[in-house]
Design a protein around this ligand. Structure first.
Ligand code: UDP
Length: 246
């Protein structure tokens, strides 16, 4: 058993999970880039889950730095802009690695675009081995392909890693009928099917990510990473979250 693995009381429902963090989740109150205090807070939440004995991998977005479809990319060739977006996700991955290692969590960053002086290239079997040893594997550079998103990367890596669940971290504690910040009586769904999300065009993850998760039969659990301890609860099947499954 490695230093990272210190199982505590509480039955784990999901033994291996993928956490999808958007770039915005690391931005705090800023309008751009990273907020170190927010990154530290999220790192602490991840540590809590590792200490339960859960194997964790993370896909990080890059919307806080650059989006291929953004105004900033206007007039640019879409593929070039998307490659820039993917590079942004690697910056976020390194920031998260740093924050985790500072609090004693062993990590590895693997990039879908090889950059061997910065981090490991993505190697599926190696990533699985890292997780088995209790290391948090952070996947950077999305799928490595333009015209995709990090949501699709999350569904892809969760499928490849054989994850028991894909945890989509948001600012609210699940999927609502309308934006709960704007609409007071918006209701939170306990459960949705993949097809509900697709047919009602609920803005949870993009359609290709939902379809892939459906094909791999990986439940998507939508929860708030900003509720302290929520991540640790969700892996036990407790607390507030919306389950998307068949
Ligand atoms: N991106 C890409 N292929 C991928 C993943 C990401 O081209 O497989 C690019 C795309 O330009 C995207 C940007 O990286 O806009 C940042 O990712 P995303 O928008 O998914 O980040 P998030 O919304 O999760 O912060």
């Amino acid at each position: 058993m490695t230093e990272n693995h210190k199982p505590v009381a509480g039955a784990i429902k999901y033994k291996r999970v993928l956490l999808k963090l958007s770039g915005e989740a690391l931005m705090g109150d800023r309008e751009y880039g990273l907020d170190p205090a927010t990154v530290d807070r999220v790192a602490t939440e991840i540590k809590g889950v590792i200490q339960e004995g859960v194997e964790v991998c993370v896909v990080i977005g890059g919307g806080n730095i650059f989006r291929g479809v953004s105004v900033a990319a206007k007039g640019m060739d879409r593929s070039t802009a998307d490659y820039m977006g993917m590079l942004g996700t690697v910056m976020n991955a390194l920031a998260m690695q740093n924050a985790l290692e500072r609090i004693g969590v062993q990590t590895r960053v693997q990039s879908a675009i090889p950059m061997s002086t910065v981090c490991e290239p993505y190697i599926r079997r190696r990533a699985i081995r890292h997780m088995e040893k209790g290391r948090v594997v952070i996947f950077g550079a999305g799928t490595g392909n333009p015209f995709f998103t990090t949501d699709s990367a999350a569904a892809l890596r969760a499928s490849e890693m054989g994850c028991d669940a894909l945890l989509k971290a948001t600012k609210v504690d699940g999927v609502y009928s309308a934006d709960p910040v704007k609409v007071k009586d918006a209701t939170r769904y306990e459960k949705l099917s993949y097809l509900d999300v697709l047919s009602q065009d609920l803005q949870v993850m993009d359609a290709s990510a939902i379809s892939l998760a459906r094909q791999s039969q990986i439940p998507i659990l939508v929860f708030s990473i900003f509720n302290h301890g929520a991540f640790a609860e969700v892996v036990q099947g407790k607390g507030l979250f919306t389950t998307i499954s068949d």
